[in-house]
Design a protein around this ligand. Structure first.
Ligand code: NDP
Length: 247
């Protein structure tokens, strides 16, 4: 049976692991044509091999979202091989635990490059075309850290506040023109994201894991499918999704 997303065309960044890989799997199950993007080609191939592909086509494209020309090439490839892009799911992101006082410039700048500039590259490569077709859905993974700051996660939180402000502006300025803009704000989710940091003080400051069950990437992917499946007159603007045992 064909569902509401059958035959749509989606681009998923950060599709080589974690939430992006789970989104790719969920969209393939919905019959969506999907372009999977990330830097690690082998990991993308492994994700593609595991997909249960219904009638949709799947392509993979090595892409570093910090490089605008690579993002533009990804969108050209998706348009050419799959058709006009209806859905962007921006999952590419990095997270370093760092204390403001410890001035981890390299990690800060990389956070801004991927989480902030990377999103802008994705928007500039998709939004104008979606508006010209009066149809499109932008989904970006923000975070609960896009709503409040956490000690040891200052610059990461700032990058997610950037995501929130950017999406709110996009929604405000394009209202009534066929575009939907969804910010997804997950709490702790079991992915590789937590293993990137070098600032031991910040890791400790953030807090030890409580042992409570955290989200699986599939839980977040399900909330994205929910937003995407709504009829055109319904806009799911924000999804705050957290482990049940945290405040
Ligand atoms: P993962 O580390 O599993 O996934 C991150 C993804 O981003 C990978 O596919 C990685 O692929 C990709 N990526 C990183 N840098 C780049 C780049 N320069 N260009 C293209 N792709 C890149 O972690 P998550 O799945 O958890 O992270 C996905 C999103 O979810 C992030 O935006 C994160 O901030 C957000 N999030 C995660 C939470 C969590 O607790 N896990 C909570 C709240 C939000 P590759 O290395 O192959 O490029």
């Amino acid at each position: 049976r064909r569902g509401p997303l059958s035959g749509r065309v989606a681009v998923v960044t950060g599709a080589s692991s974690g939430i992006g890989a789970a989104v790719a799997a969920a969209l393939a199950r919905e019959g969506v044509h999907v372009a999977l993007a990330a830097r690690r080609l082998e990991a993308l191939e492994a994700v593609k091999r595991k997909l249960v592909i219904r009638e949709g086509k799947v392509i993979i494209r090595q892409t570093d979202v910090t490089d605008k020309t690579q993002v533009e090439a990804l969108l050209r490839a998706a348009n050419y091989e799959l058709g006009p892009v209806d859905i962007l799911v921006s999952c590419a992101g990095v997270m370093y635990f760092t204390m403001m006082a410890n001035a981890q410039n390299e990690e800060w700048e990389h956070t801004v490059d991927v989480n902030c500039k990377g999103l802008l590259h994705c928007l500039s490569s998709t939004v104008p075309d979606m508006l010209s077709r009066s149809r499109g859905h932008i989904v970006a993974i923000s975070s609960d850290a896009g709503r409040k700051v956490f000690p040891g996660l200052g610059v990461y939180s700032a990058s997610k506040f950037f995501v929130e402000a950017t999406l709110q502006s996009l929604r405000l300025e394009t209202a009534g023109r066929g575009l939907r803009v969804t910010s997804v704000q997950p709490g702790n989710t079991a992915t590789d994201l937590l293993g990137m940091s070098t600032d031991a003080e910040a890791i400790k400051k953030y807090g030890e894991p409580s042992g409570a069950k955290i989200l699986d990437p599939e839980d977040v992917a399900n909330s994205i499918v929910y937003a995407l499946r709504q009829p055109q007159h319904v806009a799911v603007n924000e999804v705050l999704i957290c482990p049940n045992q945290t405040s």
